[in-house]
Design a protein around this ligand. Structure first.
Ligand code: ADP
Length: 545
């Protein structure tokens, strides 16, 4: 027997219309170099409909990829809805990608137009002639930066956003097919070129509602949301869509992500939810001292592991520990979040702090398994480790036009996240490494991340990365690459003595080398690939002779 309910497609015009009809007076604030701009959802909706008219006037094709190269602003939110709600595909370009990666993604996605903030024009301009399919560049004036002079003939036409909008007619939004592409985002590519993830209306719709559930970020009409996490990388964790759907107040930080600017926005705009990566919150904490944070209710944080000490420092100073979440571009991105179950809430603060340093429980809508190489599930004992794999309606099924897709998906259709995790008896996930980075010593796994955390706990260490180096007897053994704080001196013996008693003795690195800096990817994550090639021939003292 079949259900007898209406088969309404799950498409984004539904969220757009909610904000337009039910919350026209709610505000979107954007911090710009020229001051804070305030716009209501009513004004935003009217402009977004006219932006749809701009796309028609520019002659964009029916499923044109619409590139954006922009900060978090109200205009970017206009693009977030105008593109998918007219059937086009929003393509957020990560401004931090290396130049050759940007050229690759624009050409691979076949963007027809790129919308760029004036403050970012100087960064984009040198690449424009490498873009093969871009016919229009639209500059959004955010109060700072220069627009370089147009090159001689043949290149894309350059327009001003407000001029185009002023001349455009509003359009109706209607998308009938929920599986139509809504947007795309490329991974930042730690190995090789970035890979394209294509979100559908349906996946975005369901992810948005997932993010709104109380045990996820719980976005509601009463919230004032500050997405510090960029709209150009992993959809600002769904907060842009969820705010529109819920009618929440939105505070867009624009280009100035400095700690004083963010702290002032949180206090003055009475922000309730402020979301960003750990490095952002490390910088902001000292700036929060003495401020009125009474409106703040959650500080979601992810993208890399949230150090326990950071969360505890927030708890001590603001009363609010950090709310850790985990996800990837491929998972829309929110896939797990660390809420403490009511049945676990009675533990002492130390145990709770440990739990908050984990990646938490998988989100509603996402299935997960942690498995060994033969897909056999590991025990839920908080110790056994394996690869975290996920599936669900907002998890990528494949990459856009990419031969490498086979490596990332299992035969039964699950996404291989490349993250190594343990699961506690209560179902809490704890990420211990990346599959490519674990050190495989004599068939056992050593977590490079745990070793790094312990080494970085040494007061004289600025940064540390651990890689596996080949070893005749064990296959691989750990090598610690350590950056010493300026003005300090440190020896290999001191590093190893510091680790004693903190790790299993067989995890002890076989050697320690001192380096000036840990190489980073374009988005600032440790590039172990570069370190591995630098130390490829390194002979460990335990393997010499
Ligand atoms: P990329 O574009 O570099 O693939 P993503 O933002 O998609 O970047 O990165 C996803 C990866 O970031 C995850 O697979 C995981 O390794 C890491 N990550 C995200 N959130 C967390 C977290 N809370 N703790 C530890 N690692 C995290």
């Amino acid at each position: 027997m079949q259900g007898l309910m209406q088969d309404t497609p799950l498409t984004l015009p539904h969220f757009f219309r909610r904000a337009e009809q039910l919350f026209p007076d709610k505000e979107i604030v954007t911090a710009t170099a020229a001051g804070r701009e305030r716009r209501t959802y009513g004004e935003w909706a009217e402009r977004t409909r006219r932006l749809g008219g701009v796309f028609d006037a520019l002659g964009l094709s029916a499923d044109a990829r619409v590139g954006t190269f922009a900060w978090n602003t109200a205009r970017h939110l206009e693009l977030y809805f105008a593109a998918p709600c007219t059937g086009r595909v929003l393509h957020t370009l990560n401004i931090r990608l290396f130049p050759e990666q940007l050229t690759y993604v624009v050409n691979h996605a076949e963007d027809e137009v790129v919308f760029v903030d004036r403050s970012l024009a100087a960064l984009l301009w040198p690449l424009i002639e490498t873009f093969e399919t871009v016919r229009h560049v639209v500059v959004m004036d955010d109060g700072a930066g220069e627009v370089p002079a147009a090159g001689g003939g043949g290149g894309p036409e350059v327009h001003d956003y407000e001029e185009l909008l002023g001349a455009a007619e509003a359009v109706e939004f209607d998308v009938a097919d929920e599986n139509r592409a809504a947007s795309m985002c490329y991974t930042s590519g730690t190995t090789g070129n970035p890979k394209g993830v294509v979100y559908s209306h349906r996946s975005t719709w369901l992810h948005t509602v997932g993010v709104m559930t109380a045990d996820s970020l719980g976005v509601s009409e009463r919230d004032v949301i500050l997405p510090v996490v960029p709209m150009f990388h992993a959809n600002a964790w769904g907060l842009a869509h969820a705010s529109v759907a819920a009618g929440s107040g939105l505070v867009m930080p624009g280009p100035d992500l400095s700690p004083p600017a963010l702290a002032a926005l949180i206090e003055q705009e009475r922000v309730t939810v402020a979301a960003g990566v750990p490095t952002i919150w490390m910088g902001v904490l000292p700036e929060l001292a003495g401020r009125d944070l009474s409106a703040l209710r959650a500080i979601p944080c992810g993208g890399s592991a949230v150090p326990r000490a950071l969360s505890e420092d927030y708890r001590a100073q603001t009363g609010l520990p950090i709310l850790q979440a985990w996800g990837m571009t491929e998972t829309s991105p929110v896939a797990s979040i660390c809420r403490i179950k009511s049945t676990l809430a009675d533990q002492d603060e130390d145990a709770l702090a440990d739990l908050r340093a984990s990646q938490g429980l998988v989100s509603i809508g996402v299935d997960f398994r942690v498995v060994g190489p033969d897909l056999d599930p590991v025990a839920w004992d908080g110790e056994s480790r394996g690869e975290l794999q996920v599936s669900g309606p907002w998890i990528a099924a494949t990459y856009y036009d990419d031969e490498r897709a086979g490596e990332s998906f299992t035969d039964d259709g699950w996404l291989r996240t490349g993250d190594v995790a343990t699961v506690s008896p209560e179902g809490y996930l704890r990420l211990v490494d990346r599959t490519k980075d674990v050190v495989k010593s004599g068939g056992e796994w050593i977590s490079s991340v745990e070793l790094e955390n312990e080494i970085m706990g040494h007061p004289k260490v600025a940064e540390a990365a651990v890689i596996g180096v080949s070893h005749r007897k064990w296959g691989e053994r750990p090598l610690a690459c350590v950056v010493v704080k300026p003005g300090e001196e440190l020896t290999k013996e001191e590093v190893l003595a510091h680790l004693e008693g903190r790790i299993a003795s067989w995890w002890t690195p076989d050697d320690v080398v001192f380096i000036d800096e840990v190489p980073k990817t374009s988005v600032g994550k440790f590039s172990k690939k570069d370190l591995r090639s630098r130390f490829e021939g390194h002979v460990l003292p335990t393997d010499a002779g």
